[in-house]
Design a protein around this ligand. Structure first.
Ligand SMILES: [Zn+2]
Length: 482
């Protein structure tokens, strides 16, 4: 196969673009890149890697979970309707592919351990059908499911009428660490392959006992498996962590062994310089989710500190793209605007921006380093953009085409996407599945539960009030490890 481009950015941010090039492929690998006339108006670069997402085809607002502070938003997930996991994931994967994403980490959030292996199989099949590379994070948790406190205490604070449904939704009996590790091994056996890998996915350190985190650290070290979790996303989590681990929360996690080069923590908005130094020392990564942090009122990640400490970081969409679509190209531009002011101590340069979306992100999703330069021997993971549409009014020779990408690129400019040698998007259309039909089916399945969801609405609103008072009164600062 041959992919032609008028502008080729083989390593955007690190090497200048070339004009009039053809990429010759051999299966899933680039065979050669040579000058050739053709590909008029097209711009090619490595496909993006989205290192943190929940791959929810049905957007949160559809079932009443409006944007607000994370802890209250989360309580609205009660009403999340049961949708076929294949369809829900395929819809998200397809939209991400349409936005130039070739690799994604799917942080699956189900608490239904009994269904997990079957769900994982369906989700992996959806990724294969769409053609996207998948890191599947197996959800692990065994404490603090209702909030940052003891579950029984928190349940008792809720309205008596609601306790049964809350218990059923959030508090199934959680397995012990060994049973969880058997489940990870079983899922790996069922889904791992050339484009799919399985991560250990502790939901967040506050939701996992030390015993569980230690077991995760051991398995990761033994098998080289990646660890994907959430880390210090909100100010309330920071307050909980400071009250519970006065000797240092991140230091405690280091002692448990989970902070290592295989670790990716999402968000890290409330990390302090001493935490960042510990992460940097161990080459652990943070996945920055800019729009998610805006929409859930979490704040802005201290990216300048990440850069100064030379801590690796990548980016994620987190099912919370700026316009509630899955537009990773817009996310890339927003990160550039947020973190590159020249008066910050260490501005985000295009080199670091693309290192996050390419090299670091790919390593985080696929556990393989060295990605991010189109050259002989590199994987055929390539996004081709409609530069002519982006640059419709641009005077040729006045600007580097990459600056036009950083100013205007959105999913609608994605002409084609190639992943592992296969063309998976052409002219903006996903080739492997019928995405519009899947979207219609997902909406139909969710609306079929409308009556049930409407009956739950007062439950979740009361729960949000309960949680609000709990946090306002400082219940999360008890200092007890629950
Ligand atoms: Zn997340």
């Amino acid at each position: 196969m041959k992919i032609e481009a008028e502008y080729l950015y083989a390593a955007p941010g690190r090497a200048p673009g070339a004009t009039g090039m053809a990429i010759h492929t051999d299966g899933d690998t680039i065979a050669a890149i040579a000058p050739e006339l053709g590909g008029h108006g097209l711009l090619a670069m490595p496909a993006l890697a989205n290192a943190h997402d929940h791959c929810r085809g049905l957007h949160h607002i559809a079932f009443g979970a409006k944007d607000q502070n994370f802890e209250l938003w989360r309580a609205a997930l009660y009403a999340q309707p049961p949708i076929d996991p294949y369809l829900n994931a395929a819809l998200a994967f397809g939209r991400l592919a349409q936005a130039g994403v070739g690799s994604v980490t799917h942080v699956y959030s189900s608490t239904r351990v009994d269904r997990l292996a079957d769900d994982a199989e369906a989700i992996a099949r959806a990724a294969r059908d769409v053609g996207i590379r998948l890191g599947f994070a197996v959800p692990l948790r065994d404490r603090q499911t209702l909030g940052y406190g003891n579950d029984a205490d928190l349940l008792a604070l809720h309205d008596e009428r609601d306790r049964a449904v809350i218990g059923d939704t959030w508090l199934p009996p959680f397995p012990g660490p060994d049973v969880y590790m058997q489940l990870v091994a079983e899922i790996a056996r069922r889904i791992e392959g050339p484009t799919t890998s399985v991560h250990l996915g502790p939901n967040s350190p506050q939701a996992c006992s030390d015993a569980l985190l230690e077991t995760v650290a051991d398995m990761s070290a033994r098998e080289g498996r990646r660890i994907t979790t959430h880390l210090l996303e909100t100010s309330l989590q920071r307050e909980w962590a400071d009250a519970t681990y006065p000797q240092g929360f991140v230091r405690h996690l280091c002692e448990l062994g989970i902070i290592c080069e295989r670790f990716t923590g999402a968000h890290g908005v409330w990390l302090r310089p001493d935490d960042i130094a510990l992460l940097a020392e161990r080459k652990a990564q943070i996945a920055v989710n800019v729009s998610s942090n805006l929409r859930l009122r979490s704040g802005l990640a201290p990216v300048a500190h990440f850069i100064s400490a030379q801590m690796p970081f990548c980016f994620g969409v987190d099912s919370f793209a700026f316009d509630d679509d899955e537009d990773a190209l817009r996310e890339l531009r927003i990160a550039q605007w947020m973190f590159s002011p020249h008066d910050t101590r260490a501005p985000l340069t295009p080199e670091l921006l693309f290192r996050g979306w390419h090299e670091n992100g790919y390593y985080s999703v696929n556990n393989r380093s060295g990605y991010g330069r189109l050259e002989a021997g590199a994987p055929v993971d390539i996004v081709v953009l409609d530069y002519e549409a982006m640059a419709f009014d641009v005077i040729e020779g006045m600007i580097d085409p990459l600056d036009v990408v950083l100013t205007r690129a959105t999913a609608r400019h994605v002409k084609s996407l190639h992943v592992a040698g296969r063309e998976i998007v052409r002219d903006g259309r996903v080739l492997g599945v019928d995405l519009p039909a899947i979207e219609r089916e997902v909406i139909a399945q969710s609306r079929a539960h409308a009556g049930h969801m409407r009956r739950l609405r007062p439950v979740l609103e009361r729960s949000q009030q309960t949680l609000k008072s709990f946090y306002q009164s400082g219940g999360h600062r008890s200092g007890r490890v629950s």
